[in-house]
Design a binder for this molecule. Structure first.
Ligand SMILES: NC(=O)c1ccc[n+]([C@@H]2O[C@H](COP(=O)([O-])OP(=O)(O)OC[C@H]3O[C@@H](n4cnc5c(N)ncnc54)[C@H](OP(=O)(O)O)[C@@H]3O)[C@@H](O)[C@H]2O)c1
Length: 336
């Protein structure tokens, strides 16, 4: 590929461990296959699944690069077979199944979205993983619609902040939980109608009080464990419960009669192992339904901190501290 080096800096740890294993190493620049493009990465988002991968708890799915990173933004610098010539030179952000913490990353053309001038590259890089996850779970699996009430745990996480921003655009009322008053204030500032500090308040009682006993239509849950029966108590009749992680425990005991009595739906998903066809269908829907709002500046992701690529270890240390919104790696001249 003309003008493109053969090797690059990447974060590709050998084995599992703490943040200290995230050292910059040299790897071959990937070659885009059919339907793929090569992106010169300007910024790469950091997500909790990256932390789980680093810990050895979430290995990359078969065929995915071992280099960390599920989302990037940058310029398209080479095209694989069957891609549109006009993509060359385009600024895009993309969902990738791995390989984001690097100077170059390969992405499926169908999973790229153009970066509008309302977003910086850092902001664009922080969007795909949380947007695809929240859209496919809250709006597709749980059928969120105008007027619905949504309870989101981890309200100031990358996922939680995206859920608040999207819900606001589509007139879904959001109640969130978070672990401090500062986080609750931040969540309300983003558009959450109510924020519950779960360390000082019982979220089940609070949800009942806020909704006059009716409950919420949807719970987006990343905690699992003993939250599950409590989440069911928060749901209104015909409510939908979506599990996306089990930060608080992978097993739960629930009263089955409550599912029957309130006609509840329990669902969930993991994005990374899903096939390209599914992800491309989500990307198409996002492009037509959500991206116009991004282009108009109505969806600005919340950036907690940025770090140079070479300091990916510090970025992961920050993930384990109280953060609000997204942590992003800056790649290239400033960071690589
Ligand atoms: N299923 C999928 O497809 C998918 C895709 C992307 C992400 N996820 C999952 O979604 C979750 C959020 O991801 P993210 O990147 O937004 O993470 P993040 O920014 O690091 O946020 C994690 C949040 O979880 C809350 N939390 C509650 N219980 C926790 C516990 N026991 N340990 C650590 N944090 C806890 C924390 O808030 P408080 O301190 O306020 O409680 C924190 O805000 C992660 O579990 C991730 O694996 C799932």
């Amino acid at each position: 590929m003309a003008g493109i080096p053969e090797s690059m800096v990447a974060i590709d740890p050998d084995g599992k461990g703490g943040p200290e294993i995230l050292l910059p190493v040299r790897r071959a620049v990937p070659v885009p296959g059919p339907g793929q493009v090569l992106i010169r990465v300007a910024a790469a988002g950091v997500n909790r699944p990256d932390v789980a991968q680093r810990n050895g708890a979430y290995p990359p799915p078969p065929g995915a690069p071992s280099i960390l990173g599920l989302e990037v933004a940058g310029d398209v610098v080479a095209l694989g077979e069957g891609t549109l010539p006009e993509m060359l030179g385009q600024a895009v952000c993309a969902l990738v199944a791995g390989g984001g913490y690097a100077e170059y990353a390969v992405a499926d053309a169908g999973l790229c979205l153009p970066v509008p001038n309302t977003l910086s590259m850092v902001e664009a890089a922080s969007i795909p993983e949380t947007l695809f996850t929240v859209w496919s779970n809250v709006f597709e699996r749980a059928y969120a619609a105008e007027g619905d009430r949504l309870l989101v745990h981890g309200g100031t996480s990358g996922i939680g902040t995206m859920a608040i921003l999207l819900a606001r655009i589509f007139q879904v009322e959001t109640i969130v939980t978070a672990g401090s008053d500062e986080k609750c204030a931040a969540a309300r500032g983003l558009g959450a109608t109510h924020a519950i500090n779960y360390r000082t308040q019982d979220f089940v009682a609070e949800v009942a009080r806020i909704t006059d006993g009716r409950g919420v239509d949807i719970v987006l849950d990343m905690v699992g464990g003993d939250y599950l029966p409590r989440n069911l108590d928060c749901l209104a009749e015909d409510g939908r419960h979506v599990s996306i992680a089990v930060l608080g425990g992978a097993k739960a005991e629930i009263p089955i009669w409550k599912i029957m009595q309130k006609r509840l739906t329990l669902t969930g998903s993991t994005l990374r192992p899903r096939g390209i066809a599914f992800k491309a269908a989500v990307a198409d829907e996002i492009a037509s339904v959500v991206w116009p709002h991004v282009e108009e500046g109505r969806l600005k992701p919340v950036i907690d901190a940025t770090f140079p690529l070479a300091q990916a270890a510090d970025a992961h240390r920050r993930m384990d501290e109280d953060h609000i919104g997204k942590i992003v790696l800056i790649v290239g001249d400033d960071g690589g």
